[in-house]
Design a protein around this ligand. Structure first.
Ligand code: ATP
Length: 496
């Protein structure tokens, strides 16, 4: 209303000035500028409030520590740290300084968000969650303002809900907590981080609401040292990929509400999913149920789980159908991998298929015997032996190689580099960074060439077996490791 009156009055004034013959150009310019400024300011405030959905209040009662599989060390450390919220008097009597921040560090999907939510439900705190990127805007000062807002909102929400504590969870904290001065538009990033530090320093001032900040990252090395110094995020909790026991527990949690067939062996599934995160395992359980439903079956079988593992590992099956010659090449290539896999680690081949998934036209899957975190030279050489076997089989059977082996070679180069870095090459103990590129290149070539020679020597006498198994694979689309092992045994008995 006021706006309309002001506009009307201004228009009337202009008309009077024009009537009197006064030059209105400077006045028009000034008015135009004022309107522009007004619109800009309004847009900026509008953006602020619109994007303010960074703050989400979630129903933390939904997640309890018991619903998180494995992560025993992380849970123990977190629980210890949470005592200061649960028993503030006890902590104060001991003269312990209140904890302000806990940093959860680990690969994606390992349950960091779940742990933060469980911490909120365990301490009966209000829970606010935001992603690091949501604090960063193109306008200087917006990030700092949002930090202030999330802290004051946490406090106000706790007071309103009559709770004594609040947990602020900031995921991907490295985005706003990265080392200062390293960003291109560093002024805005630095201001946001400075504000976070200021808020964390002032957190203990309010005795009514105890606030705890939980940050999550998979790149702790990028964080500014001021953020991880004692008195701020001084508890760093490692949230690692689950081991075999933890994987079984996580699978158990995610299949609890699903109808399983009697044949389902969770121990086997846990063994076959080395390197999977909690999120991957959740996806395996979900995909297995979807596959069972697609086939209109009432129970989820072990086969559904095996297919789901492959889907999560390699991606969705593709409709792409290679022509006959290509399919034959894929089959020969994969059988090469499988025979070499059995030689390097007897009993390890799980299955071979020519079903295209993700980027692969076919694949051979080996299941690990046990979780391994250290590898011997023999093991790594064995891996290269298996990786180069696909191309070797193509060469033996078809007389040439194809681009299908590119990815295998990339992997083989990675393993060879790992061997050089671990001092397992003829160069002895060296630093990869200081090694001249040409020398590194030559050493990688030599390591791979040795295994190529070995695999050619091993597979050449098995040309007929490769052909026979490849024909079966083309026909069946998938053959399991057991069948390959039987054929290998029969072949060695016949030739003995
Ligand atoms: P990111 O780093 O990508 O944010 P995150 O570590 O925070 O990932 P979460 O969001 O906590 O991972 O986990 C994603 C999903 O994976 C969960 O919703 C849950 O279904 C499953 N999950 C992960 N870890 C576990 C676990 N330890 N127990 C049970 N489920 C888990």
């Amino acid at each position: 209303m006021i706006m309309e009156i002001a506009l009307g009055a201004a228009a009337a004034l202009f008309l009077v000035f024009l009537w009197q013959g006064i030059n209105v150009a400077p006045l028009l310019f000034l008015t135009g500028m004022s309107i522009l400024l007004y619109i800009l300011l309004n847009t900026r405030n509008g953006l602020n409030s619109k994007n303010f959905s960074v703050i989400k209040s979630e129903n933390q009662n939904l997640v309890k520590f018991e619903q998180i599989g494995g992560q025993e060390t992380a849970k123990k450390e977190l629980l210890e740290a949470l005592d200061f919220i649960r028993y503030p008097d006890k902590v104060a009597n001991m003269g312990i300084r209140p904890l302000k921040g806990i940093l959860l560090v680990g690969p994606p999907g390992t349950g960091k968000t779940l742990l933060a939510k469980a911490a909120a439900s365990y301490t009966d705190s209000v829970f606010l969650a935001a992603g690091g990127s949501e604090f960063i805007e193109m306008y200087a000062g917006v990030g700092a303002q949002r930090i202030r807002q999330i802290f004051s909102k946490a406090k106000n929400m706790a007071l309103k809900e009559k709770k004594k504590s609040a947990i602020i969870f900031i995921d991907e904290i490295e985005i706003l907590g990265g080392k200062r001065g390293t960003h291109v538009s560093h002024h805005e990033y630095d201001q946001t981080l400075n504000q976070l530090l200021v808020e964390m320093d002032g957190m203990t001032m309010d005795k009514r609401v105890r606030t705890l900040v939980i940050g999550a990252t998979n790149r702790a090395d990028l964080l500014d040292s001021a953020l991880v110094r004692p008195g701020r995020f001084d508890r760093i909790v490692q949230v690692d990929l689950p081991d075999v026991t933890a994987r079984k527990e996580i699978l158990k949690l995610h299949v609890a509400n699903k109808p399983l067939a009697d044949c389902v062996d969770l121990d086997k599934l846990a063994r076959e999913t080395f390197g999977f995160s909690g999120a991957h395992l959740e996806s395996v359980a979900n995909e297995a149920a979807i596959l069972a439903m697609r086939e209109q079956q009432e129970h989820i079988t072990q086969k559904h789980f095996s297919d789901a593992i492959e889907k999560v590992m390699m991606g969705e099956k593709l409709e792409r159908k290679p022509d006959k010659a290509e399919l034959r090449r894929v089959a020969v290539h994969e059988i090469g991998h499988a025979l070499a896999g059995e030689k390097a680690r007897p009993g390890s081949v799980s299955n071979v298929t020519t079903t295209p998934r993700g980027k692969a036209l076919g694949y051979m899957r080996q299941s690990p015997e046990k979780d391994s975190y250290l590898y011997t030279q023999q093991y790594l050489e064995g891996q290269i032996f298996v990786m180069v076997a696909g191309a070797a089989a193509e060469e033996i059977v078809l007389g040439n190689r194809s681009t299908g082996a590119c990815n295998d070679f990339e992997q083989a180069v990675k393993v060879a580099k790992q061997m050089i870095a671990a001092g397992m090459s003829s160069l002895g103990t060296v630093s990869l960074e200081d090694l001249p590129k040409s020398l590194l290149h030559r050493e990688i070539q030599q390591i791979i060439a040795r295994q190529q020679a070995n695999v050619l020597e091993y597979l050449s006498p098995k040309k007929n077996l490769i052909l026979e198994l490849a024909e079966i694979l083309i026909h069946e689309e998938r053959i399991n490791g057991e069948f390959i092992r039987t054929r290998l045994q029969e072949k060695s008995l016949n030739s003995a």
